[in-house]
Design a protein around this ligand. Structure first.
Ligand code: MCA
Ligand code: AMP
Length: 484
């Protein structure tokens, strides 16, 4: 079975229902299926074969979804690229994945030959919309999604059709999603939160989805009030932004809602409480990763414990392990290990990294946590010094390496500092020689790094505090106080 079998009850079973809204456009499930058939025939005519990669560098738009479906039909591997990425970050992904084409709305930083989505749509309209006979199987790779790499360069996680299906079917049942839901999706489709959760639950259940180009906190209330969704997925920054709404608006939004889900970064318990007071709903927090899709979730029925990520989803084994490979006792902190049909097939082109990521069939998440007496998991940070800002991941090492390439920077340390809205933001601590200045360093960062990776403060220090072995003691660096 491949993803199209899981989507058949919607694409074929509810052909005349309005499946997707985007701006003024509405697409029935039949139209969605036909558009993706046309693109699949077009890609085939361009010589795309099973296993070839197709990269997309697109803001949220219906074509993003049609392309994903077309690739799934053809067995082509879909490679979504974060549109906030600049030349340096995009080049790494495109060199690594070596796609046969890159589809974009305009220029792609540092990449010459782009297939404009407007041209692609025009060309596809010349192709038949009849069903496309797919030979893709559950073990075929559906997508390679790049995750921020601990060593500066990101790695491509290979996710199979079965991974996506297991995740989508699990969430549909765990969160009681049905064709009667109205789903508002404002998260970027290039990450698995929107693609692996949002698109899956929508196409598996055949509910109605309104897709937004992005979450804009000034415009979001109007979208809620006009679409009246029953279901919404967000990252903590989105829920913190929603707390700015007047109580009357919040109540009105809350009336139509059935379920608010949060993930991708820790949801502070005070936000969950304030949101409940304002919107009348207890946010359901869950935990996942690009490599595993969703692992652990607070229950739909039952207690949603603030500060925890809940219980392992059906069919998923989760355990907490000590450094020495023994299981941690109840309440003791260790590394979270995951096994199940949701776990990826390995890193693209990186056998050694793949081998190191697993132990006895379990994926070692790098997340630290503990299990309480009721079996609920609580996360306590990461083994590495990953920063999560607004739900986007940042590895300090990547920014440090970039800063050290700049003339006059002799030492650099990047640290995540608490921020009331974004959760954390990166701050750079620098030892400079005569020729460097902060203003031009900031401009360099803005020009070469995705906006969320640009340090929100640059602090010059005479030297970085180090241990006797030379390791930077990041906790000793003075932290600026961000007010939001
Ligand atoms: C953020 N920015 C964007 C977008 N999102 N620009 C274009 N398109 C976007 N979709 C940039 C802005 O240019 C701005 O840059 C900065 O980010 C913050 O924007 P702002 O308008 O102030 O937004 P905000 O109110 O702070 O909210 C940002 C956001 C965004 C909407 C929460 O960070 C976001 O969409 N986050 C979701 C990321 C996500 O889906 N992660 C899932 C990863 P500047 O600062 O330069 O002005 S998957 C995952 O983690 C696992 C599997 C899991 O568990 O889900
Ligand atoms: P990514 O590599 O973008 O898939 O991000 C995955 C990481 O996000 C996980 O390894 C966690 O560190 C973090 N994460 C996801 N959901 C949560 C959550 N509910 N609470 C805390 N951290 C989370």
């Amino acid at each position: 079975m491949n993803l199209l079998h899981a989507f058949a009850p919607s694409l074929e079973g509810r052909p005349d229902e309005p499946g997707l809204e985007f701006g003024e456009q509405t697409f029935s499930f039949r139209k969605i299926d036909e558009r993706s058939n046309q693109i699949a025939y077009l890609l085939q005519s361009r010589g795309f074969n099973m296993g070839d990669r197709l990269a997309v560098y697109l803001e949220n738009c219906p074509e993003f979804i049609f392309l994903f479906l077309a690739a799934a039909k053809l067995g082509v591997i879909f490679v979504p690229v974060n549109i906030l990425y600049k030349e340096r970050e995009v080049s790494h992904i495109l060199n690594d994945a070596s796609p046969k084409a890159v589809v974009a709305q305009g220029e792609v930083p540092g990449h010459g030959s782009v297939w404009l989505v407007s041209d692609l749509v025009r060309e596809a309209s010349q192709f038949p919309s009849k069903p496309f006979q797919s030979t893709t199987t559950g073990d075929s790779i559906a997508a390679i999604v790049y995750t921020s790499g601990t060593t500066g360069a990101s790695k491509g996680a290979m996710l199979t059709h079965n991974n996506f299906m297991a995740n989508g079917i699990n969430l549909t049942s765990a969160w009681q999603i049905t064709e009667r839901d109205r789903f508002l999706l404002a998260l970027p489709l290039f990450h698995v939160h929107a693609l692996g959760n949002g698109v899956m639950i929508w196409l598996i259940t055949g509910c109605r989805m309104r897709l937004l180009e992005r979450f804009e906190h000034q415009k979001a209330p109007a979208e809620f009030l006009s679409f009246r969704p029953t279901l919404f997925f967000g990252v903590p920054t989105i829920y913190i932004r929603l707390l700015d709404q007047e109580s009357a608006t919040a109540r009105q939004i809350g009336v139509s809602l059935r379920l608010f889900v949060c993930g991708s970064a820790p949801l502070p318990a005070h936000v969950l409480d304030a949101f409940r007071d304002k919107y009348g709903h207890t946010i359901l927090e869950r935990y996942g990763m690009t490599e595993t899709l969703m692992n652990i979730s607070n229950p739909y029925f039952g207690i949603r414990k603030a500060g925890t990520v809940g219980l392992p989803l059906p069919g998923i084994s989760a355990k907490v392990m000590n450094e020495d490979g023994t299981p941690a006792a109840t309440g003791a902190i260790g590394e979270v290990y995951i096994k199940g049909p949701n776990v990826f097939a390995g890193y693209w082109n990186r056998d050694e990294a793949t081998r190191q990521a697993f132990q006895d069939g379990y994926f070692k998440t790098g997340d630290l946590g503990f299990i309480d007496a009721d079996g609920y998991f609580t996360l306590n940070g990461r083994k590495s010094d990953l920063i999560i800002s607004g739900g986007f991941n940042i590895y300090p090492r990547e920014i440090e390496e970039f800063l050290l390439e700049q003339p006059g920077v002799t030492e650099a340390a990047v640290v995540g500092v608490a921020h009331p809205v974004r959760g954390e933001v990166p701050v750079a601590y620098l030892v400079l020689s005569g020729q460097a200045d902060i203003t031009s360093l900031e401009v360099m960062c803005r020009n070469h790094l995705a906006s969320f990776k640009v340090p929100r403060a640059f602090v010059t220090v005479e030297k970085l505090p180090r241990t006797a072995l030379g390791k930077v003691q990041k906790h000793l660096l003075p932290k600026p106080d961000f007010k939001g």
